[in-house]
Design a protein around this ligand. Sequence first.
Ligand SMILES: [Zn+2]
Length: 65
Amino acid sequence: MGLLDLDKIIIKRTIMGIRCTVCGGNLVVTDKMCLAGRIAKIVSLGKLKPECYECEICKKRYTLL
Ligand SMILES: [Zn+2]
């Protein structure tokens, strides 16, 4: 009998199909608008609504346009 791996049964709001390219971890939405997202929004005159995600394991930031 092995120990129950609690990490695997914790359910969080995750983005389906998007994984961290560095560690393969789940990406979660961050409240803070990241710099790349702000620039993309300004350059596109508000047409793009970039969303920012953060890897829950290595904390790498991603911007989805
Ligand atoms: Zn990661």
